[in-house]
Design a protein around this ligand. Structure first.
Ligand SMILES: Cc1ncc(C[n+]2csc(CCOP(=O)(O)OP(=O)(O)O)c2C)c(N)n1
Ligand code: SF4
Length: 327
């Protein structure tokens, strides 16, 4: 019988299994020995980007360290949905800090490990954008400035989701939240506010800063894996859509995340010691409109009389990112 080679298309960047690849090149999730660090049974909403990002990030960290990770978790959705006392979905040594001091607690755990001579144990701090860019910012900056041996991961869902979708300093302009209502002359969150924590982290000249998205889980795993091999302060900022707070369909989480990247609104890059060393170049550019339309938090920009002026201002922000980061 004539044999015909069969082409497999499921080994590319956008797939997660990769069982057809050589073992050394497979994703951590394709490995049957993966930790399942954030196990089933937690209470995250359907399509939660934060649960997905955390699962991939911590499994990759465990894989890279031979399962020697201690995680410190700020208050927020990730902590609340995973650990309804006395139960937990975490399969790793894990400690809940306060809302604002995860970085400081992690610095303390890292110091304790140093005193005990346990160089093999690696420490991760993690929290939402509120716990990172707002209330935890002072502790985080101190951790960077002292170059403490901690990887800090921020899961950026662009608002305080756990307490009912209040604005944070990572909430984008024009977005409707419980505290930036879609009313008045300029509905939603104000333009010209907020802060870019990855750039601020770079300004501390720490060894490694990266942004990542649940749209590209291989890239996320790769960045966490490399970060675990570096000594000193490291920061990874992961864009994680929140269907509940953004008003997007749970099934669209990856699509929404990808459009944030492909529109230029969420630049994916990495930096060492304050210098950008690589960036993801946009493959299929999309206008910001396509991204915004998928989310009810921007619904006031559309309808019978679309707010083209505001949409153009958001497009200008994306264009500025594309120019600045050379995307
Ligand atoms: C000092 C203090 N203030 C307020 C709260 C209430 N609180 C708990 S979680 C949270 C919001 C968390 O938002 P974020 O860090 O963005 O994480 P998300 O829930 O969005 O993942 C707030 C305000 C608290 N626990 N402690
Ligand atoms: S509110 Fe958002 S971040 Fe929180 S569990 Fe639901 S989808 Fe995830």
């Amino acid at each position: 019988m004539e044999m015909q080679p069969v082409k497999f298309y499921q080994t590319g960047t956008f797939t997660v299994g990769n069982r057809l690849l050589d073992e050394s090149r497979r994703s951590v999730q394709a490995n049957m020995q993966r930790t399942n660090s954030l196990n089933s049974g937690h209470r995250a909403c359907q399509g939660c980007g934060e649960a997905l990002g955390a699962r991939y990030a911590i499994d990759a960290a465990m894989h890279a360290t031979d399962d020697r990770v201690i995680a410190v978790n700020a208050t927020g959705c990730l902590e609340v949905f995973s650990t309804p006392y006395p139960e937990t979905s975490w399969q790793i040594p894990w400690i809940h800090s306060l809302f604002g001091n995860a970085a400081a607690v992690a610095s303390g755990v890292a110091a304790a490990m140093r005193v005990k001579g346990r160089k093999d144990v690696r420490v991760i701090a993690q929290g939402g954008d509120g716990g990172t860019t707002d209330i935890g910012f002072g502790c985080l900056s101190g951790m960077f400035e002292r170059n403490d041996d901690v990887l800090y991961i921020c899961y950026d869902n662009e608002a305080y989701m756990n307490t009912g979708v209040q604005r944070s300093s990572a909430t984008p302009p024009a977005a409707r939240t419980a505290t930036t209502m879609a009313v008045g002359a300029h509905p939603g969150n104000a333009f010209g506010t907020g802060k870019n924590v990855p750039l601020i982290a770079m300004a501390h000249h720490i060894p490694f800063v990266a942004t990542a998205s649940v749209a590209n889980l291989r890239d996320l795993e790769d960045k966490v894996t490399r970060a675990m091999a570096i000594e000193g302060a490291r920061y990874i900022h992961i864009h994680v859509p929140c269907p509940l707070g953004w008003g997007s369909a749970p099934a669209d989480t990856i699509k929404v995340a990808r459009m944030a990247v492909e529109s230029g609104l969420f630049p994916v890059f990495e930096a060492e010691h304050g210098v950008v060393t690589s960036r993801y170049r946009i493959r299929r550019p999309v206008p910001v409109e396509e991204y915004l339309k998928l989310q009810r938090r921007f619904a006031h920009l559309f309808g019978k009389n679309p707010d083209t002026a505001t949409i153009s201002r958001i497009q200008a922000m994306a264009d500025q990112n594309i120019g600045y980061f050379d995307l």
